[in-house]
Structures are given as structure tokens and as C-alpha cells.
Design a binder for this molecule. Structure first.
Ligand code: HAM
Length: 429
């Protein structure tokens, strides 16, 4: 026997029980996004590699070590499986002239790929719900995006997700801070680890993001960006905080929140839970006013965030959320050639009336089909044998304990009877 093939490490199948849960989650997500005026956009999963290098930054973990990049063997193009959605979304906005019709509120849901070490909550293929607003300059949209998060957690019945915010200021403010930071790290050169030394002159800000406990105290005392922010940046940050306070959304200002992608300026934020172990950030984002221009568009302010779907689903389950398995209304049992022909007609007719039907396929005795009907969770079995086929009738049998007794009906009367009983049982519940 040949060896069975497995999925790629860190890339998971989502089986029907789980996938149904995902669909329910996505339904909630879509209506939540609609309530805030967001419209869908779908970008390719593969983009030219230079897009990510330019957008995310050459000296970032994602670009340095996590991208699935390859050469198209047919034309030599350098391509990458998208590690995130913002770069592709902004590329699409520029390419199709959407920025000219800004402001725009856009969202996408889909796979992202990062070659990280897989662990709970961290996968090589994962899914994001990404939300981007293009063309808004003020702190109001940053704040609204954060309020959106708060509302979603409430809609999903999640609590205890902490909001951390920070301001990264503007590039020139960051440049001053960067110079001060390099000087400070140089003074503390003997404490730096290899990673920090490597980043000292390329991306010193990222040193603050280190997980190395030996660097924590030194990083805590490092020059803080907030002390280098000018009046306008501080006012923007204050503007965001004011809306959050007015809305009663608690937050923590975390001066060490720097994010792992280089395109951000001003507001950045993360929603973090302690219920998922090490991978506790369920949603993260911020403002990226320079990115549209950097990717070849006209200067256009923008802001966005993305949520990790796997992490949120894990959190919903952890918080006791139960997936509800949508059972069919009717399981259609049939035996005999004429009965099968009628069964197809009946099934389609019932579906025309909005009734969900699982039509038995694969033959078998009435008994074994009835077992499957019971196991399906359907509310009713509709049973058609050749006798019924001749008279154009079917047996309607309730599969619920408290349901009405089995009866024979003309097939044309089935839909009305089923709908009537479905409504009655809904009212009783
Ligand atoms: P990010 O922080 O890299 O931001 O990712 C956003 C979220 O995706 C994370 O908070 C996490 O929930 C989830 N995530 C990231 N990597 C993994 C992984 N390996 N496995 C499972 N979940 C993961 C961005 O991607 C930005 N594009 C967000 C953004 C949109 N900023 C502005 N607009």
C-alpha cells in the first residue's frame, strides 16, 4: 500500500463540524461589518514578492524568515503566498483607482501564510478577517475601529480581552527616537543578545519587542517614543483616547507596543487575551498613512486591523460557545425505482418552499434508512415507497419525541404541513 499523504505541517484541514462553526462565526462577522458600512474585497493569495518587501519592511521577521516565496518556474517571476492582507488590499486599491474615490471601508476574510514554528494558536496557514479604511485622516476612524472590536467581543460573548494602544508618531519623530535608542543600546552593548546586536542599526525599535528575559529591564528603561512625539501626534493620540473614554472602553497605553510590520504610524493597537497561552493577540492593527504612497499611489491616509480567526474560534470555544449543528428539516427516505423518481421531485419541491432536505442516497432497507434519518437530527422523515409513488403520496413522520403521529399526505400537501409544524414547534420552544 502506498504511504498516506498528510497536510503540510502547520496547515490544517477544517472538518465539517468545525467548518460549520466557522460559517456561523463568519455570518456574525459579516453582519457586524455591514453595521459599520464595510464592503468586501477579495485579493489573490499570491502576490509579487516585492510588494511585501516594500510594504511590510525588509528587516522584519515576516519578510526575513516567514514568507513562502518562490520563483514561478514558467516565467521567473518572484512570488509570495500572502503573509497578511494589508499590502495586497492597498495594491488593489491603487491598481483599480479606488483611492481616488476614497474614503473607502473595506474588509476581507481569508488564508494567510507564515513559515513560523507551529504551536497552539500559531499556524503556517491561518485565517484573518482584515478591515481597512482608506482615505480617513482623523483619530475618529482609529477610535471607531477599536470600538468595532469591543462590540464584536460583546456580540460573540467574549470578555476579558485587554485593549493595548500606543502611538508610533510620525517618521521624523521616530527617527529622533531611533537615534536616541541606538545611543542607549550602544551604552548597554554588553547586555544585548545576538538578535538585538543584529538589529541595532537596522531596526532598533524591534529590540524592544524581544522575548529574552535578560533584556527586559534594560528595554523597560529605554527612551520612550511618546517623549519624542510632537503636538499633532499627541493630539491625534489624545483624540483616539477621548472617544474610547466616552464610549467606556477600557484600555492600557503600552509604550512598548511596536508591532511587527513597518508600515504603521500614529495609532497602533492590540486586543490580547490571557486565555490562549502564548499566542494571546486576537486582533491587531493601526494607522498606516504612508503605505498608499509608498506603493505608488497618491498620498492617502489609512488605518486598519486584522483578527486571527483560529484564535478567536479557540477563544469562543474556551468561553463555552457551542457550535450549533444545523440539522436538516427533512430526511427523505425512499425505496424502489418509482419511489426514487418521486423522491427527487418531492425533495426539489420542498426546497423550493425553503425547507432543507437531506435526500437519502445509496439505497438500503427502509429500516437502515430510518436509522440514518434519526441520526441526521432532522425534524421529519418523509417516507416514499412504491405504493406511495403510485398514489402520489408520502408518509410524514415526526422524528421528535413530542411530534405529531405519522400520517399519509398527498405530496403536494407536504410542504404546507411541514412548514405548519415547524412554525408550531418554533413557537413552543
Ligand atoms: P498581524 O499582527 O501580523 O497584523 O496579524 C494580525 C492577527 O493575525 C494577529 O493578531 C493574530 O491574531 C493573527 N495571526 C498572525 N499570525 C498568525 C499565525 N501564524 N497563526 C495564527 N494567527 C496568526 C497584520 O497582519 C496586519 N495586516 C493587520 C492590519 C490590517 N494592520 C492594518 N490593517
Amino acid at each position: 500500500m502506498s504511504q498516506t499523504l498528510q497536510s503540510v505541517r502547520g496547515m490544517n484541514d477544517i472538518l465539517p463540524d468545525e467548518a460549520e462553526f466557522w460559517e456561523l462565526f463568519e455570518d456574525t462577522i459579516r453582519s457586524w461589518l455591514k453595521a459599520y458600512g464595510y464592503r468586501p474585497i477579495r485579493m489573490p493569495i499570491v502576490e509579487p514578492t516585492p510588494l511585501f518587501k516594500r510594504a511590510i519592511g525588509e528587516v522584519t521577521d515576516i519578510v526575513e524568515k516567514e514568507m513562502y516565496s518562490f520563483e514561478d518556474s514558467l516565467n521567473g517571476e518572484q512570488l509570495t503566498l500572502r503573509p497578511e492582507g494589508t499590502a495586497g488590499c492597498v495594491r488593489a486599491v491603487i491598481q483599480h483607482g479606488l483611492a481616488n474615490q476614497a474614503p473607502r471601508r473595506l474588509y476581507y476574510i481569508g488564508q494567510m501564510f507564515r513559515h513560523e514554528r507551529p504551536q497552539k494558536g500559531r499556524y503556517r496557514q491561518f485565517h484573518q478577517v482584515g478591515v481597512e479604511s482608506i482615505g480617513f485622516a482623523g483619530p475618529d476612524i482609529d477610535a471607531e475601529m477599536i470600538l468595532m472590536g469591543a462590540r464584536l467581543w460583546a456580540d460573540l460573548g467574549l470578555d476579558g480581552i485587554e485593549l493595548q494602544i500606543n502611538s508610533l508618531g510620525q517618521p521624523e519623530e521616530r527617527a529622533q527616537h531611533r537615534a536616541a535608542l541606538i545611543a542607549y543600546f550602544e551604552e548597554n552593548a554588553e547586555i544585548l543578545d545576538e538578535d538585538a546586536k543584529r538589529r541595532l542599526y537596522t531596526n532598533p525599535l524591534r529590540i524592544l519587542d524581544t522575548k529574552n528575559p535578560a533584556l527586559q529591564d534594560m528595554c523597560a528603561a529605554a527612551p520612550k517614543l511618546i517623549d519624542y512625539l510632537g503636538e499633532a501626534s499627541l493630539a491625534h493620540f489624545e483624540g483616539v483616547q477621548r472617544v474610547l473614554r466616552d464610549a467606556g472602553v477600557p484600555f492600557v497605553v503600552n509604550p512598548r507596543l511596536v508591532r511587527g510590520l513597518d508600515y504603521y504610524n500614529l495609532t497602533v493597537f492590540e486586543w490580547v487575551t490571557d486565555k490562549l497561552g502564548a499566542q494571546g493577540t486576537v486582533c491587531a492593527g493601526g494607522r498606516y498613512d504612508g503605505l498608499v504612497e509608498q506603493l505608488g499611489g497618491k498620498p492617502t491616509p489609512a488605518c486598519g486591523f486584522a483578527m486571527g480567526v483560529e484564535r478567536l474560534i479557540a477563544l469562543i470555544k474556551e468561553s463555552g460557545g457551542e457550535p450549533t449543528n444545523p440539522a436538516p428539516d427533512v430526511y427523505l427516505v425512499h425505496q424502489g425505482v418509482d419511489a426514487s423518481r418521486l423522491a427527487f421531485r418531492v425533495a426539489e419541491g420542498l426546497r423550493d418552499q425553503g425547507i432543507n432536505v437531506l435526500l437519502h442516497c445509496g439505497g438500503g432497507s427502509f429500516k437502515s434508512q430510518m436509522k440514518k434519518a434519526d441520526g441526521s437530527g432532522a425534524t421529519f422523515a418523509v417516507v416514499i415507497g412504491d405504493d406511495e409513488a403510485v398514489s402520489g403520496e408520502a408518509q410524514l413522520k415526526s422524528l421528535r419525541e413530542d411530534g405529531v403521529a405519522q400520517r399519509k399526505l398527498k405530496v403536494d400537501d407536504l410542504a404546507e404541513a411541514i412548514i405548519g409544524q415547524l412554525i408550531d414547534s418554533d413557537e413552543e420552544e
